[in-house]
Design a protein around this ligand. Structure first.
Ligand SMILES: Cc1cc2nc3c(=O)[nH]c(=O)nc-3n(C[C@H](O)[C@H](O)[C@H](O)COP(=O)(O)OP(=O)(O)OC[C@H]3O[C@@H](n4cnc5c(N)ncnc54)[C@H](O)[C@@H]3O)c2cc1C
Length: 495
């Protein structure tokens, strides 16, 4: 019997994972990617010997990577040359005080007690809660899918309403562990990885600081793009075929099914199944016939965006650690400005990554490679935002933050700058509103409420990636790929 054919739209991390699973299940898989290289948001570029991971910079939840590599018959340890980053982050507050987040409990105790006497006990209790949340959320929500309401609303899931604190706001929950607002910020800023404000995020997300400290933040030699290279090796050896530089113009539908795609150059590609890895709201808005879903998508909440600077500099800044975070005192106003006003805060919290501290190969000898990421609101509907002005403000904010820690000469040593704004994210990867993390992860867009892996009308059209279940992030993209592939193979009866 002829093996079923499938077209995957997009070579993002979720698309690559799904493609490899489907090929291993015996399907004929072709991945069609608009850009000239795979990876999607997990991208990298090199200029004058400086290598920049332009999207993810943190490998977190290593146990998930390990399990997902194993599910494809591969070994993460063999394919990625990983080192643990500890301290994970160096935090710098507005008053100049610093805090290193580390798995060294003695060092944590000394630092915590110097900020707030008695807070080490609060920290240990917080870690306990984070561990409970991590274990439950992973097994009950993340690692499985919800094909119908009765999969989600079960008696056995009912206790999760109390156990995972989904109805309590994360920041509000911090009051039972710490009084010092700097400590509350130190253990909630990770919500921004979900594109969320800790003032909106469910307290469930204490699982993030927990996994970072307990399982570690890691770094693969060669940068985060090594993950994509490993995925490509697995996919190619599993028989997946790739077409790069080919943008899908629309998905061909007929009644309740799809039978392939049409490319921007007019070429038709037919297949038994289509799997869209491109951002799900973009697929509804641009690749499918316009129906009620377009309006429904525009009413959804979207995650924030970021302005990123990539600098090749002609001297090393050895005092900068791999991951430095500047956390603003006006933490709440920062998030309100981003999520409600879709703006750049006056005094933005921001993140600097210096990959050459972890892997000297990321910069030419005697020089440095620096990345600054400044969270900002996503693009608004009416196009009122002045991105050039916001970019300039963001750049100045980075320089003045660095000056606070004694780095005053960076501007004179920048050889070149590349900058991405939300407009770049939209253009490069077709991310609706330039939202770097796709659909937001608020309570009404999680679990069963998040768009699932199969289209409700076109029965052989499926979705994978950040705006579907389980959500944003590289480990979740790997899970999403496996879940989508499982659903397809089960529906087709090929396993
Ligand atoms: C700045 C930034 C920092 C991040 N930091 C981290 C981090 O530290 N750790 C972490 O785990 N995660 C991080 N993330 C999140 C992570 O990168 C994403 O969640 C993940 O990469 C999304 O993968 P995906 O499978 O949804 O595919 P995407 O990356 O969205 O890929 C989809 C692909 O589809 C292609 N495509 C779109 N439209 C078409 C079309 N019409 N035709 C053909 N192809 C098309 C796109 O070009 C793209 O390659 C970060 C993201 C960003 C942007």
């Amino acid at each position: 019997m002829k093996s079923p054919s499938i077209i995957v739209i997009g070579a993002g991390v979720g698309g690559l994972a799904a493609a490899a699973h489907l090929a291993q299940a015996g399907m004929h898989v072709t991945v069609v990617e608009k850009n000239s290289r795979p990876g999607g948001r997990c991208d990298q570029f090199t200029r004058d010997g400086h290598r920049f991971d332009s999207g993810p910079t943190l490998l977190i939840m290593p146990l998930v990577y390990e399990a997902e590599f194993a599910a494809l018959g591969a070994s993460m340890q063999e394919m990625l040359d990983l080192r643990r980053v500890d301290p994970t982050y160096h935090l710098v507050f507005d008053d100049g005080r610093r805090f290193a987040l580390t798995s060294d409990l003695k060092h944590m105790q000394e630092q915590l007690e110097s900020f707030e006497p008695g807070s080490f006990r609060g920290f240990l209790r917080y870690l306990d809660e984070g561990e409970r949340h991590y274990d439950l959320a992973m097994s009950k929500l993340v690692m499985r899918d919800f094909r119908k309401a009765s999969d989600f609303f079960t008696l056995s899931n009912l206790p999760l309403l109390f156990q995972l604190k989904p109805l309590t706001r994360h920041y509000q929950n911090m009051g039972i562990y710490f009084d010092d607002p700097r400590l509350k910020a130190a253990f909630t800023f990770q919500d921004v990885y979900m594109g969320l404000s800790p003032f909106d995020a469910p307290a469930t997300f204490s699982m993030m600081p927990y996994t970072e400290l307990a399982h570690g933040v890691w770094y693969p030699k060669g940068g985060m793009y090594s993950l994509v290279e490993a995925q490509m090796e697995i996919a190619r050896s599993s028989g997946v075929e790739f077409v790069f530089g080919a943008s899908v113009e629309h998905i061909k539908v007929n009644g309740a099914s799809t039978h392939g795609v049409v490319l921007a150059d007019g070429k038709h590609l037919n297949a038994d199944v289509v799997l869209a890895n491109a951002d799900l709201p973009y697929v509804y808005q641009n690749l499918l016939p316009q129906d009620g879903m377009v309006e429904k998508m525009s009413r959804k909440r979207y995650s924030c965006s970021v302005i990123s600077f990539f600098w090749g500099v002609d001297k090393p800044y050895e005092t900068l650690s791999p991951h430095t975070l500047f956390l603003a005192d006006d933490y709440r106003e920062n998030f309100e400005s981003i999520t409600q006003d879709l703006d750049l805060p006056d005094n933005p919290s921001l993140y600097i990554h210096a990959p050459a501290r972890l892997d000297p190969g990321m910069a030419p000898p005697g020089e440095d490679t620096l990345i600054a990421i400044v969270p900002v609101g996503h693009m608004d509907e009416n196009g009122d935002q002045d991105w050039q002005q916001m970019r300039n403000q963001a750049r100045q904010a980075v320089f003045s933050r660095l000056a606070n820690i004694g780095i005053t000469d960076l501007q004179e040593h920048i050889k070149f700058e590349v900058c991405y704004t939300p407009q770049s994210w939209l253009k490069r990867y077709n991310l609706v509103k330039g939202s770097t993390h796709g659909l937001s992860h608020n309570l009404t867009q999680l679990g069963y409420f998040r768009p699932g892996n199969r289209h409700s009308r076109y029965q052989n059209l499926y979705f994978v990636g950040a705006s579907t279940h389980p959500g944003t992030g590289l480990p979740t993209a790997l899970v999403s790929g496996r879940l989508a592939a499982k659903r397809i193979t089960e529906d087709l009866g090929v396993i």
